[in-house]
Design a binder for this molecule. Structure first.
Ligand SMILES: NC(=O)c1ccc[n+]([C@@H]2O[C@H](COP(=O)([O-])OP(=O)(O)OC[C@H]3O[C@@H](n4cnc5c(N)ncnc54)[C@H](O)[C@@H]3O)[C@@H](O)[C@H]2O)c1
Length: 318
């Protein structure tokens, strides 16, 4: 069967790179990117779509004969705390639009990105397991754990093939993050290259789980490609990449940029980070669909510097 794919939130940090990867795998003519606003660069089929607009979503599914939906649109953790009710409302209503359209219109597979934000104060901090307390302490985390349970519900009640991973903080060079608590791990590279210094909003010893974009995208594609009968987790799979603190990241960046200096001015995001695990046990992902991360702190930093440095040099020349 020829797959036709629709992505919501395609202009975001993950959506941008996921769209490119899906176009490489399935062909330009089989991937429709959607978001609230047009993209800055247009490379394939695109439609403006508010993911909470059921009617517009259904029209696009029908028009393009969509078979798979990757639902990336959401308000993330730090931004979400500025308006918790809107965050819950948008994250849930957009997911329901997708689930109901998928259920009633014969969509074969749905991807729902969850997050390590589902874990709260009572989850063990290290090697946090698949099945532990999910007492999320942010509106964002609460919406993600609810979404996971709805994914399971639609799978068990209607047989809808919804698949999901709990992404750690994603580090990418192609696109900027959109309001998460782990955004510092991307911003630090841009500041290091432009100004040789960075004022970090987390304390220096705040260890969080992170993942490099190549691993995050590969995990998504591998999970979506796995045989359905191998998948034991129908809420969302724990997924691990690497774990580090701002201090450890800064030290690694200094190996590439010796003049780099970092300061620490913790703000409200520290409280969110303090609730989250430091490292994740992704045993089920490894066993069920062969997941294995490739990027650790050292090769992630090399990759980020190698990608961003030429752009920085180009900007200074202009
Ligand atoms: N980036 C991370 O570190 C991370 C970690 C864990 C989970 N996730 C999840 O992955 C998904 C993608 O994250 P991201 O980092 O790309 O987020 P992002 O904030 O960079 O992008 C989200 C996109 O959704 C769009 N959007 C917002 N409201 C919309 C609406 N009503 N209709 C259509 N589009 C709308 C925005 O315009 C934006 O382009 C999200 O569901 C997020 O919760 C991300």
């Amino acid at each position: 069967m020829k797959e036709k794919i629709l992505i919501t939130g395609a202009n975001g940090q993950l959506g941008t790179v996921l769209t490119d990867s899906l176009r490489q795998v399935f062909g330009l003519e089989n991937v429709v990117a959607t978001d609230l606003h047009p993209p800055t660069a247009q490379t394939g089929m695109y439609a403006t779509l508010d993911a909470t607009d059921t009617k517009a979503l259904r029209t696009l599914i029908k028009k393009f004969g969509i078979t798979q939906i990757y639902h990336m649109a959401a308000i993330l953790s730090a931004k979400g705390e500025q308006d918790p009710v809107r965050t819950w409302d948008l994250n849930m209503s957009s997911f329901f639009c997708v689930l109901e359209a998928a259920r009633t219109m014969g969509i074969q597979k749905v991807f729902f990105p969850s997050s390590i934000a589902v874990f709260g104060k009572n989850a063990p901090k290290t090697n946090t397991s698949q099945f532990t307390y999910c007492d999320a302490g942010t509106a964002y985390g609460i919406s993600k754990i609810a979404g996971e349970n709805w994914a399971l519900y639609y799978y068990e009640k209607y047989g809808l093939d919804v698949r999901s991973v709990r992404y750690p903080g994603v580090i990418s060079h192609q696109s900027l993050p959109g309001g998460g608590t782990t955004d510092y791990a991307v911003a630090i590279f841009h500041h290091a290259l432009q100004k040789q210094s960075y004022d970090c909003y987390l304390k220096k010893d705040t260890i969080l789980p992170m993942i490099y974009i190549d691993d995050a995208i590969r995990a998504t594609l591998e999970l979506m490609d796995a045989p359905a009968n191998q998948l034991r987790i129908r809420t969302s799979y724990n997924l691990a990449g690497m774990s580090f603190s701002p201090e450890a990241l800064a030290a690694e960046i200094k190996n590439h940029l010796p003049d780099f200096q970092i300061n620490y001015t913790p703000d409200s995001r520290q409280k969110i980070a303090d609730q989250w695990p430091q490292s994740i046990d992704d045993q089920y992902a490894r066993e069920d669909w062969g997941w294995k991360s490739k990027f650790d702190l050292a090769n992630m930093v090399s990759a980020m510097v190698n990608h961003l440095k030429p752009l920085q040099q180009l900007n200074t020349q202009l």
